[in-house]
Ligand binder design. Structure first.
Ligand SMILES: [Zn+2]
Length: 499
């Protein structure tokens, strides 16, 4: 299948202002915050490890995937043109232990469910894409699937063999491994040393490997369902790490400005990507590595047995909208611990509602002279918001600055709110900028059921007015306001719309 294109804006020359603000990102490779500058001025090439499409992604997965969206929006806000790629792993995902057993996640799920792995991959990829859209993640420039890039992977394996950093093993040399001892910098990203990995290896290592940390680039197994004919034999399939190296190179070139993923991917996945890519190209693979901390659920790990592997549908079934989850996942700093609980979801929803009703009050305020102290509050909030986002995407600080503004303005502008036009516009502008990054203020469109309910309330209000029962009519208007529906009476009749 041709990978989906579109979504990522391609800038025309001169469309973006030259970035002048310094963004600071924590780089896993150097273990410190660094000022961010892309290799090519104004243009950022970034790659995110996407889902392995064997099971539906859960709330924990979305922490890392939404971070990718946040990062893109912060970069675009600062004027960069962003080329964003997030892959879909639909073959070859095995842990070291799986690798020695020769079973990848897709095949394992196929064995457990009796479904064809190709069918599993199609179904889960569709779910993933619709979940991401519901969570308002912008579409990346490309969402490449591993199975569409087998030739690129085989080509990279050939290069690695030719350079002597990989070797063939097994019957007929159909299994190909990367030799970690042939790459000096192996272990630099994760802090693992090759010698330590050897000492810590389990006794029953795969006897085909020269070193226990060597990893598969290409394997062969006639029992595998997803397999390809290649120069190495009839029944081959790729290792997990090689797919990201091959796809990143195809779409973004030899050197990426940023590569992200969950913290569990630092080792071995990303360490192996660095080894393969740099050994193949002789160039730096990634300039800035960013990793997102695990999401805890109810204070611990998610597990099927605890019944807490929540999908977006579970979240919606509890009466929340996907944007409430989006905010819960984004408002904590990505390198800070975050615990998913239903109370935390209620809290996130309450915070969004507070912000939305504040924005509503600002937009419908009484225009008067400038409220004293409000200009200072706006300036402080803007500075705090900008500084937070620019400082390694500290969304906690950026969000706090906005909520402080709510408190300050409510205290200083009275109720009903009285502001100067310039103040009301400056606040709206800042909240628009906030929402361009967080994207949480617009409610979901009404469902058919809600729409019918609103329409019957509007009709009931009409008949109450017709019989001059203004108390009831007012009551209904209040109920509609709580549902964020505005009723407008005009000479052409009654209309309603969402706030
Ligand atoms: Zn990856």
């Amino acid at each position: 299948m041709e990978p989906a294109r579109g979504g990522c804006r391609v800038a025309l020359a001169g469309e973006y202002p030259a970035p002048s603000v310094t963004l600071t990102f924590y780089n896993t490779l150097t273990r410190r915050p660094e000022p961010f500058t892309p290799a090519e001025p104004g243009k950022v090439r970034m790659y995110h490890c996407g889902p392995t499409v064997y099971r539906r992604p859960h709330v924990g997965n979305f922490r890392a995937f939404l971070f990718a969206d946040l990062l893109r929006r912060v970069l675009e806000r600062r004027g960069f043109e962003v080329q964003q790629v997030m892959n879909v792993t639909d073959v070859g995902h095995f842990t070291q232990e799986d690798e020695d057993r020769g079973e990848d996640r897709m095949e394992m799920e196929s064995r457990l469910t009796g479904k064809d792995p190709w069918q599993i991959s199609r179904e889960i990829t569709e779910l993933f894409e619709s979940d991401m859209a519901r969570l308002r993640a912008k579409k990346p420039m490309v969402r490449p699937r591993a199975t569409d890039h087998i030739p690129e992977m085989l080509q990279m394996v050939d290069t690695l063999l030719a350079k002597g950093v990989a070797y063939r093993a097994g019957a007929g040399g159909q299994n190909i491994y990367f030799s970690v001892n042939a790459f000096d910098r192996y272990g630099e990203l994760s802090g693992n040393r090759v010698e330590a990995l050897e000492a810590g290896a389990r006794i029953e290592v795969n006897p085909e490997k020269k070193h226990p940390a060597d990893f598969a680039l290409w394997k062969s197994d006639p029992k595998h369902i997803m397999k390809w004919k290649s120069q190495f034999g009839e029944h081959g399939f790729p290792g997990w790490h090689i797919e990201c190296s091959a796809m990143a190179r195809k779409y973004l070139g030899d050197t990426l400005d940023i590569h992200t993923g969950g913290e569990d991917l630092v080792f071995p996945h990303h360490e192996c990507e660095v080894a393969q890519s740099e050994a193949a190209t002789g160039r730096t693979f990634v300039r800035t590595w960013m990793h997102v901390q695990f999401l805890k659920v109810d204070g611990g790990k998610m597990s099927k047995s605890l019944g807490n592997v929540y999908s977006i549908d579970d979240v919606v079934a509890r009466g929340f909208e996907p944007r409430h989850l989006r905010f819960l996942l984004l408002r904590a700093h990505y390198r800070a611990p975050l615990n998913f609980t239903w109370d935390a979801m209620t809290d996130a929803k309450g915070a969004i509602d507070r912000l939305a009703s504040f924005l509503w009050d600002v937009k419908s305020c009484v225009i008067k002279g400038a409220a004293p102290g409000v200009d200072e509050a706006i300036a402080k909030a803007r500075a705090g918001f900008d500084a937070g986002l620019d400082d390694d995407l500290n969304t906690a600080a950026a969000t706090a600055a906005i909520f402080e503004l709510v408190t300050d303005v409510r205290a200083k502008a009275g109720a009903p709110m009285k502001l100067s036009r310039a103040q009301a516009e400056a606040i709206s502008q800042l909240l628009d900028e906030f929402d361009a990054v967080f994207d949480i203020l617009t409610p979901e469109p009404l469902s058919d059921v809600e729409r019918t309910e609103v329409e019957s309330l509007v009709a009931e209000r009409q008949s109450a007015r017709a019989r001059a029962d203004y108390a009831r009519a007012d009551e209904i208007r209040k109920i509609l306001t709580e549902k964020r529906v505005i009723v407008e009476d005009s000479k052409d009749g009654v209309r309603w719309r969402r706030m």
